[in-house]
Design a protein around this ligand. Structure first.
Ligand SMILES: *Cc1c(COP(=O)(O)O)cnc(C)c1O
Length: 429
């Protein structure tokens, strides 16, 4: 179906799927590794990228492709490449832009796993990193970037600090220097915030969170914006796209730019092909089921979280509540500027008076399960300093705004009255 003119809710249900020969209404699962070619000539054309089509599931599969197309449509992007996890999508997006001797610049308030990937794992590949302050963008980002900077990565709504990025400030500086921006939109989702509308180049997701919504499958995606080719082609920052690729018989990706989204094509032909963190078709299908109801769920997560945040704010045992939807939260103005209906997703955190109290509250909760995850339909609680962020040193923790007294909640779809009653009994125990 020609989906350009439809709204996001419609695209989430229809984009990317035109029915296979059986006309199944639900997207079918193509549970296969390989495909038969009609002739050796067709096989050769596909290997040479002269004809796009199925070769092997590591680099393409109909169910996975439908998910990628649907996510790109909902996001308002050009092309989406699903991966086995959010972490794989982030690694591939960065590795697609930077190589040995380069650096990437990242926000101080991001997911702990992403920070570890950038600071430690990329370093082993000779890619350096520099941090900028998401709350002081103009000064810190301008200082951090240099001629070797290949990407600027940040989260639209950060996990777990719940900081909202002033996206336009970031993209303005990036554009001035011709550097690609990568925005992790996992917590906000496209139904609350659309980074491409504010100049972002690449959006990445952990689909394992709100998009899946049930905590039942890992997945990730990297989506490129319309027109990204023009940033990459002939840009001296990105030689991998502008010089012959020995691993692909001398192909120059820029030569494909008239008809193909070259960031995504190279993400498939270099990274999925040679590293292989491919999403399974079955998990792609599970994520598609989640995407179809994401709009309803993310609104409800937001409404529940706002109610819980208001309750916590009024409770004497709670020192501080961080939820952008609260008037008076430092990100409330950015929320109003960048997020649809000022909905702020399901993530909130609060501080109690001590580490001991934080632990006690986590253990006393009954509906909230202690889980190192977010974005499930069920409410979850975690103590970041001892778990998800335990690899960070003190400076990094300070910079990320995490203290031993911080408790993070991922508010689910239960009755908000029940969630509030559970928190009340746990705080007062
Ligand atoms: C969970 C998460 C990731 C990592 O995704 P996985 O699917 O678990 O690999 C990346 N970014 C954010 C913001 C996350 O919450």
């Amino acid at each position: 179906m020609a989906t350009q003119n439809y709204k996001q809710e419609t695209l989430a249900l229809h984009a990317g799927y035109n029915f296979d020969t059986q006309r199944t209404l639900s997207v079918p699962i193509y549970q296969n590794t390989a495909y038969s070619f009609e002739s050796l000539e067709q096989a050769a054309a596909r290997f040479a990228l002269q004809e796009l089509g199925n070769i092997y599931t590591r680099i393409g599969n109909p169910t996975i492709n439908i998910l990628g197309e649907r996510l790109a449509a909902v996001e308002g992007g050009a092309f989406g490449v699903p991966t086995a996890s959010g972490t794989a999508a982030i690694f591939y997006a960065l590795a697609n832009l930077a190589q040995n001797g380069d650096n990437v610049v990242y926000s101080n308030k991001i997911y702990g796993g992403t920070q570890t990937l950038i600071v430690h794992t990329l370093k082993r590949f000779g890619i350096e990193s520099k941090v900028f302050d998401i709350d002081n963008i103009e000064e810190s980002l301008e200082k951090a970037v240099d001629s070797k900077t290949k990407a600027i990565l940040f989260e639209s709504l950060s996990n777990p600090q719940i900081a909202i990025a002033d996206v336009e400030k970031i993209t303005k500086i990036a554009k001035k220097h011709g550097i690609a921006t990568i925005c992790d939109n996992t917590v906000a989702t496209a139904f609350l915030h659309k980074p491409f509308e504010f100049g972002v180049d690449i959006v990445v997701y952990s689909l394992s969170k709100y998009v899946n919504g049930q905590g039942s499958a890992l997945g990730g995606v990297a989506i490129e914006r319309n027109g990204l080719n023009s940033l990459i082609v002939d840009n001296p920052r990105y030689p991998a796209f502008n010089t012959p690729d020995a691993s692909y018989h001398g192909l120059v990706y820029a030569s494909l730019a008239d008809s193909l989204p070259i960031f995504s094509i190279r993400l498939i032909t270099e990274w999925l092909r040679n590293i292989g963190a491919t999403l399974s078709p079955h998990n792609a299908w599970i994520v598609i089921q989640g995407l179809e109801t994401l709009e309803l769920r993310i609104k409800k997560h937001s409404q529940n979280a706002l109610e819980v945040a208001r309750f916590l704010q009024s409770h004497p045992k709670v020192k501080e509540v961080f939820y952008p939807g609260l008037e008076g939260n430092p990100y409330n103005a950015l929320l109003k500027k960048y997020f649809k209906d000022s909905n702020s997703s399901g993530l909130l955190s609060f501080e109690v008076e001590s580490y001991e109290k934080a632990k006690k509250v986590c253990n006393a909760l009954e509906i909230f399960e202690i889980v190192a995850n977010i974005g499930d339909s069920k409410s979850l609680v975690i103590h970041p300093a001892s778990t998800t962020h335990s690899q960070l040193n003190q400076d990094e923790l300070d910079s990320a705004g995490i203290t031993p007294c911080t408790v993070r909640l991922s508010i689910g779809l239960e009755s908000p009255q029940d969630l509030i009653a559970d928190l009340k009994q746990a705080l007062e125990k």
